[in-house]
Ligand binder design. Structure first.
Ligand code: NDP
Length: 268
């Protein structure tokens, strides 16, 4: 297309205008740091009213303050994504005090590292509860309200680790494999109600969760060599995909896992 023919002020093609999230309410679990915070910031800048979540009240207050200072419309809602009663109460309060949740990002997650033969039962259950049970609990609770309204967007944070095993994190990879299939199940069961459920699958990003890997030069060398884009991901790299999956631009994208990984999954 000849760019000189584009008129400023002319109406935008539907696919472009659709990226605007103004007035939409988004709940992002685990959004006080790392990937969740970056996605909250991105969705807030795209116009959404973002409900931030985490368990640590101090971290939550800092995150809310930071985004408010940038002009974002944000609300903090502390709750533990593994506790059904807390999830129910929080979702009810958001719907009453902030408004209908139209976008849900199931992001809260943890990592535990140990050779499988030494993996503790306690860590196994912590991973399953935080990374998998939470996607069911928060997803089902929010989806019930979305079903009544006949529309909604659910984005589950998956991982390249559901495709690519690595030593010492088998239970984590198992949770992410399950989240991938739960995402497809949500799309299949809830698509008829106007809900799109998709996965966003990060590659390797520098956050608190990956801090031990960031400090390990041998790992970084392996990673850079393994990744076609030849670098670690920057959490900002995930924002465009999250805005797309949150917006009407993705209204016919359902049950898809969008990997943002510098090409790692392309090499499998
Ligand atoms: P961080 O450790 O930086 O952030 C995790 C967030 O989750 C924090 O805000 C934490 O807040 C919150 N959280 C943890 N447990 C709970 C809970 N029970 N209830 C509510 N909030 C909770 O991790 P990342 O940003 O790296 O990870 C975010 C997601 O991305 C995870 O699902 C992870 O598996 C996934 N991912 C990360 C990759 C990476 O390279 N970093 C790669 C692929 C996927 P608080 O402690 O206050 O509760």
């Amino acid at each position: 297309m000849d760019h000189k023919t584009l008129q400023t002020g002319s109406s935008l093609p539907a696919g472009v205008a659709a990226f605007n999230l103004t007035g939409r309410i988004a709940l992002i679990t685990g959004s006080t740091s790392g990937i969740g915070f970056a996605l909250a910031r991105g969705l807030a800048h795209a116009g959404a009213h973002v409900v931030l979540n985490g368990r640590d009240m101090e971290k939550l207050a800092v995150a809310v303050e930071r985004l408010s200072t940038e002009g974002g419309r944000v609300t903090g809602m502390p709750f533990d994504v593994t506790e059904a009663a807390s999830v129910n109460a929080a979702v009810r309060r958001i719907e009453e005090d902030v408004g209908p949740i139209e976008i849900l990002v199931n992001n809260a997650g943890i990592q535990r590292r140990s050779p499988l033969e030494q993996f503790s039962e306690e860590d196994w259950h912590a991973l399953i509860r935080t990374n998998l049970d939470s996607v069911f609990l928060v997803g089902q609770t929010v989806a019930r309200a979305m079903i009544e309204r006949g529309h909604g967007k659910i984005i589950n944070i998956c991982s390249v680790q559901s495709e690519l095993g690595r030593p010492g994190i088998a239970p984590y990879t198992a949770t992410k494999g399950a989240v991938k299939m739960l995402t497809k199940g949500m799309a299949i069961d809830w698509g008829k109600y106007g809900i799109q459920a998709n996965g966003l699958g990060p590659g390797y990003f520098k956050t608190e969760l990956t801090a031990p890997l960031v400090r390990d030069q041998v790992f970084t060398d392996w990673l850079v060599n393994r990744t076609p884009s030849r670098r670690w991901g920057d959490v900002e790299d995930l924002v465009g995909a999250a805005v797309f999956l949150s917006s009407p631009a993705s209204d016919f994208v359902n049950g898809h896992i969008l990997y943002v990984d510098g090409g790692v999954t392309a090499t499998l």
